[in-house]
Design a protein around this ligand. Structure first.
Ligand code: NDP
Length: 284
């Protein structure tokens, strides 16, 4: 068996076309969806991500504002900036690019964002509602993975999904979203004993670890669906995932590549959340 490669670029393009139609519809109602991206300091990787997000917004006709702040600003100055954006009617989504400088408490900053504009889905209100239900935003990477699986008509109902990783931005919300789709969910992490024992039972394996090629063919059962969230660099600086893609190809039924798998979906869902926020605000 040779696994089907899940083309994240193509799926993401299909979703972007639909989101773009919603932008046009909003504009006809006199509302331009707006996203504010706050960048603190000059972390090069953050600058690259922010530039990608801005470019994607512009392409889609979403109004995007970049607020660049010096790395030595105080936490209060950053909180004041967020509060100003909370009150700005032209802004429907606020994203504070992480990580923040060490002297700033990320939790305080995330909690200062109006949950209705928290298009990253990191605010405790949104994280809580992911569990309990109600109007929420879901974190873009796991949300994108669910949309990707649905697009590929991969059944989750009653399937066993094993999530490797339990971060607040990927692993934990991933498990909750899979649970919402009626999967049976197992979480694994750095303290899990005999990781392969767990992953080998999975119909769907989600690798969100940050360790290059950690999930090999020996970690999966025949016919498993393998989703690779990892974004690591090999010795030559080339982007690679948490999964040994080549090794798993002959055993999995479907697999995402890196690059070109989960990555493109993340920004797409940020755009989708921003438009969703503008629609909700218009409805209110
Ligand atoms: P974190 O470092 O926050 O979390 C990593 C998780 O992996 C932790 O829960 C950790 O366990 C677990 N882990 C670490 N080592 C092992 C191990 N040997 N065995 C089992 N579990 C282990 O990372 P993120 O969740 O933020 O990101 C994960 C990966 O996904 C990274 O490569 C990141 O770059 C990538 N990423 C990609 C995105 C995309 O758009 N494609 C978006 C976001 C992230 P513990 O909790 O016990 O420490």
């Amino acid at each position: 068996m040779i696994a089907a490669t899940i083309d994240g670029k193509k799926i993401s393009q299909d979703i972007r076309t639909k989101v773009e139609n919603r932008v046009v519809k909003m504009k006809n109602n006199g509302v331009i969806p707006g996203l504010a991206v706050v960048l603190v300091g000059d972390n090069q990787a953050s600058k690259t991500y922010v530039a990608m997000k801005q470019k994607a917004c512009e392409k889609m006709g979403i109004h995007s504002v970049l607020i660049e702040l010096p790395g030595d600003l105080t936490e209060q100055q950053l909180l004041d900036q967020v509060i100003e954006l909370n009150q700005d009617d032209a802004i429907h989504g606020i994203l504070v690019q992480l990580p923040l400088p060490n002297h700033i408490d990320e939790v305080n900053v995330i909690e200062s964002i109006d949950p209705k504009k928290d298009v990253d889905g990191f605010h405790p209100i949104n994280a809580g509602r992911l569990m309990t239900g109600g109007e929420a935003f879901f974190p873009c990477t796991p949300y994108g993975i669910i949309e990707m699986l649905k697009n590929q008509k991969i059944e989750l109902n009653g399937k066993h999904a094993v999530v490797v990783g339990r971060s607040n931005i990927v692993g934990k919300p991933m498990g909750q979203l899979l649970l919402k789709e009626n999967a049976t969910v197992t979480y694994c992490h750095s303290r899990t004993k005999d990781l392969a024992y767990h992953t080998k039972q999975a119909d769907v394996v989600i690798a969100a670890v940050g360790v290059r090629h950690m999930i090999t063919a020996d970690h999966i059962k025949k016919g498993a669906v393998v989703i690779d969230v990892g974004m690591n660099r090999d010795n030559d600086g080339k982007l690679c995932g948490d999964v040994d893609y080549e090794g798993c190809l002959s055993k999995a039924s479907a697999i995402t590549p890196v690059p070109g798998g989960v990555g493109p979906m993340t920004i797409t869902m940020l755009l989708a959340n921003t438009v969703e926020s503008a629609e909700r605000s218009f409805a209110r």
